[in-house]
Ligand binder design. Structure first.
Ligand code: PEP
Ligand code: MG
Length: 464
């Protein structure tokens, strides 16, 4: 999203504004400043609980004996007070920067913030901001306590020269839907200049807006009922892939038909009348079930997986189909779509339909080259297609989806896979059935234009 507004220069840190700090004499001593900052932090009255947390964390940093000890050590070494403060700050920040954890490394900002506050107190610099509504805050950098002072509901955006995507200001700005741009050359911007902020992370995602503009359906993939609730709350048109294997994995015994029914019922209720595409158990390949014998295979991805496994364990398939049908009739107004994984032949669809024995929508994942090449025959046997580009890519390119040695070949946007997608779409449409995509490619903004122009009726994203 791009926003524009008049610049408000937020130059308050001595580091950010050397002209403020240079040549200034300290007004109060380190220990006086320490007491003053402690009082300020303890009394900080801020409207937001998140901001209050910042000040509480800063008070903790201030009161950590390490801070005082570091400054005192520099003073004992004979440094003047301001220099001692800066040296202690650099030493502690350097220690934090060594930590092998991005989140903790980003907390260096909090340490610098506390030292900046002490420095300002020693110099007698007070920080008061009256940011006019609709402004774009322009800063060298915004530290956590700056962030706590900002009223995000009234500003248009933020431009900063420094800062990382994990910095406090970035996280808060994004959570409030405020665009922020980092790494911007802000020299030359004066107060009141009209500036713009370009932040692709804010605003309706490019995928969402393009799909909506093209009048196609926006679905979400889910692995749990909580995922479904979140997707529907975020405005999804339905669930394009409900991966039921999570129900079956990580257990010591098969879930009964009753247990499954309860879960599908909950899932349908969470969908609130929007379509729920329940994919039949997709195990085999790299996914095993501890309570079912799965003989070792030399090529498990070419072995007994997906619908092949189900047709080899019909008791399992029967229980699942029965549970889905029971749940559908228990939730009036629900729209359930049953989806078969790893289909290669017409026969596989016919056998599942026979066992389903209910007038429910039945579709297939198009994720094998056989399904693409014989798409016309398969489309005549089912009610919808959903293209699974995760597997389709590995089978079309003969490149294992988990093998980094062939990751270069595993490209869902390679000409061969794109051609496969186009063939599946035209076969579906020739047969008058809808076709969507539920592979990860749907969530890649670089693929959206291609997928829409290929004619897909729905995109099912990993999240909204
Ligand atoms: C796919 O293969 O594209 C897909 C969506 O299924 P999974 O990733 O679960 O194999
Ligand atoms: Mg798959």
């Amino acid at each position: 999203m791009v926003v524009r507004g008049p610049a408000y220069l937020w130059n308050c840190h001595p580091e950010a504004c050397p002209e403020l700090a240079e040549g200034r004499e300290r007004r109060i001593s380190f220990s006086e400043a320490y007491d003053q900052v402690r009082r300020e932090l303890a009394a900080a009255a801020v409207p937001e609980p998140k901001a209050a947390e910042v000040f509480a964390a800063h008070l903790e940093i201030l009161e950590d004996p390490m801070l005082k000890e570091a400054v005192e050590a520099e003073l004992e070494a004979g440094k003047p007070e301001l220099e001692a403060l800066d040296a202690a700050c650099s030493g502690i920040c350097a220690m934090f920067s060594e930590i092998d954890d991005e989140y903790l490394r980003a907390r260096v900002d909090d340490v610098r913030d506390v030292f900046g506050r002490l420095r300002n107190a020693m110099l007698g610099i007070s920080r008061r901001h009256e940011v006019p509504a609709g402004s774009v805050i322009v800063a060298e950098e915004l530290l956590p306590s700056d962030t706590a002072e900002i009223d995000f509901s009234s500003i248009a955006g933020i431009l900063c020269r420094r800062g990382s995507s994990t910095s406090h200001v970035c996280i808060i700005a994004h959570s409030k839907g405020v665009p922020i741009q980092l790494g911007v050359d802000i020299s030359g911007i004066s107060d009141g200049d009209l500036v713009s902020v370009d932040d692709p992370m804010v605003g309706p995602s490019s995928i969402e807006s393009k799909v909506r503009a093209a009048g196609r359906k926006l679905y979400v993939n889910a692995g749990s009922v909580d995922d479904i609730r979140a997707a529907i709350a975020a405005g999804a048109d339905g669930i394009g892939l409900f991966r039921t294997e999570f129900l079956f994995l990580g257990r010591s015994a098969m879930p009964t038909r009753e247990e499954q029914k309860a879960l599908y019922k909950e899932a349908l209720e969470a969908c609130a009348g929007k379509p729920l595409t329940v994919r039949l158990l997709d195990v085999g390949g790299d996914k095993a079930l501890p309570y079912l014998p799965m003989p070792r295979e030399d090529n498990p991805f070419l072995g007994l997986r997906g619908v092949r496994f189900l047709l080899a364990h019909t008791e399992l398939l029967e229980a699942q189909l029965g549970a889905i049908a029971d749940a559908a009739s228990a939730v009036p107004g629900s729209q359930v779509r049953v989806m078969i994984p790893m289909v290669c032949t017409v026969e596989e669809i016919r056998r599942v339909r026979e066992m389903l024995n209910q007038p429910l929508e039945l579709g297939i994942m198009v994720e094998t080259p056989a399904a693409v090449l014989d798409a016309a025959s398969l489309a005549a046997e089912c009610d919808f297609f959903s293209i699974g580009t995760n597997d389709l890519t590995q089978y079309v390119m003969a490149a294992d989806r988990g093998n980094s040695a062939v990751a270069g070949l595993y490209d869902p946007m390679s000409p061969a896979v794109r051609r496969a997608v186009e063939l599946a779409v035209s076969a579906a449409h020739a047969s008058g059935i809808p076709v969507g995509i539920c592979g990860e490619l749907a969530s890649d903004p670089r693929a959206t234009d291609f997928l829409l122009s290929a004619g897909l009726d729905s995109l099912s994203l990993s999240r909204l």
